[in-house]
Design a protein around this ligand. Structure first.
Ligand SMILES: *Cc1c(COP(=O)(O)O)cnc(C)c1O
Length: 392
């Protein structure tokens, strides 16, 4: 048995005719950049999410960078975020010239802890030492708290009601990093509509993936949307050869937009398969491997199940057992962002974010994609149980 961690081939084979036809159509009309499919995609995305504007762009990373640029965030600004995420979440803060301030996570959902956010903003304002802060950067300049990037890790939305309360108290803009959570819900509200600006990724392995890099930014505010569209295209003004602000080449290729329009047709069924498979995993693991910590989804929320991640004390032994049985696993994320070498100038130390650090030592992800069968989930769980029992 050898199974993929994420199966990209099966959906391609299933949608092959439509995918090839839509690519052919772009090849024939020849509008390879900002062609009609891009606008069609944006309309479809904004309708699905129920926000005023969806702005397709070149990647999830560029979506986040564009969001910070549109908010006017730069040197001297503090942007709060979780250390338990993909590196891009913090990278864009530094690219914008601002300073990342890390806030530890909730031990159950692995998402940014709103109470810790409140403590961190107050610590920054009053210098009272109640939360670890980026030392050297602080000494150089008093930082202005400007925004929080909350990440919906593994597909589950963070606690936006509480995060918004804290953000409102301190005047922070809430940016939703929905790179892993397109299709998720928070209290009945779709992900990508939960912050002032939301950013998603269409990297192939994400819940809604294209066949290359892609992303989108979402907002309800017309003026922000205008700025985001301008930033996407080199800061263009009304005339595209007028440059009115600093921007990027942040456009999405027309071919990728066309592919996404096809993939959106299958997306609702894929999302319901993910719900079913995650439920099956959790039920079978609870029966045969109760010492494993399975994912907990907050009441009223729906995860997009970008990953199905569990915690185990004997993680490496279980992963080795699975590998021998031809079952791939992955670790998201082995090193929290505050301890990445690129963040060293901020002066964070091991122990500063204890929950993230503890989770990073124990977490790993099992194969998860909508084309897994119930039988495969059963086999994976059997191998997990076998490896776990051999190693204790
Ligand atoms: C994948 C990802 C990104 C970056 O998206 P790209 O499209 O790969 O640039 C940002 N944040 C999180 C949480 C991600 O998982």
């Amino acid at each position: 048995m050898r199974m993929p961690f994420i199966d990209l081939k099966t959906p391609y084979l299933y949608w092959q005719q439509d995918i090839r036809a839509c690519i052919d159509k772009v090849l024939e009309h020849g509008q390879y950049v900002m062609g009609p499919e891009v606008e069609e995609l944006e309309q479809s995305l904004s309708e699905r999410v129920g926000v005023g504007h969806a702005i397709a762009c070149s990647s999830g990373t560029d979506a986040l960078l564009m969001a910070l640029m549109a908010l006017g965030i730069g040197p001297g600004d503090a942007v709060f975020t979780t250390p338990f995420s993909f590196t891009a979440t913090a990278e864009v803060i530094q690219l914008a010239g601002a300073t990342p301030v890390f806030v530890d996570i909730d031990p159950v959902t692995y998402n940014l802890d709103p109470e810790a956010l409140d403590t961190a903003v107050r610590a920054l304002a009053f210098g009272n030492g109640s939360h670890p802060l980026p030392g050297p950067a602080l000494e150089q300049a008093g930082l202005t708290p400007r925004a929080v990037i909350a990440v919906n890790i593994f597909g589950q939305p963070a606690d936006y009601d509480r995060i918004q309360q804290v953000a409102d108290t301190h005047g922070l803009a809430v940016v939703e990093d929905a790179a892993q959570s397109f299709g998720a819900q928070y209290k009945g509200r779709p992900s990508c509509g939960l912050g002032r600006i939301a950013c998603t990724s269409f990297f192939p392995a994400k819940p809604l993936g294209c066949y290359g890099d892609g992303g989108a930014v979402f907002t309800d505010e017309d003026d922000l949307a205008d700025i985001l569209r301008s930033i996407r295209n080199h800061g263009s003004g009304r005339d595209k050869y007028d440059t009115v602000r600093l921007g990027l080449n942040g456009r999405l290729d027309t071919i990728q937009a066309a592919i996404l329009l096809v993939k959106l047709m299958g997306f609702p069924a894929e999302m319901s398969n993910r719900q079913h498979l995650a439920g099956l995993y959790s039920r079978l693991l609870a029966e045969s491997c109760p010492e494993l910590v399975v994912p907990a989804v907050a009441e009223g929320s729906l995860s997009a199940w970008a990953q199905y991640s569990v915690q185990a004390e004997n993680r490496e032994a279980i992963r080795k057992g699975l590998q021998d049985a031809g079952i791939p696993t992955a670790i998201y994320y082995a090193r929290p962002l505050h301890l990445q070498p690129v963040m060293a100038p901020l002066g964070y130390r091991p122990g500063d974010m204890p929950v993230s650090e503890r989770v990073a030592e124990r977490i790993f992800s099992l194969p998860m994609h909508p084309y897994l069968s119930d039988v495969q989930v059963g086999e994976i769980v059997r191998e997990v149980a076998r490896a776990a029992s051999l190693s204790t």
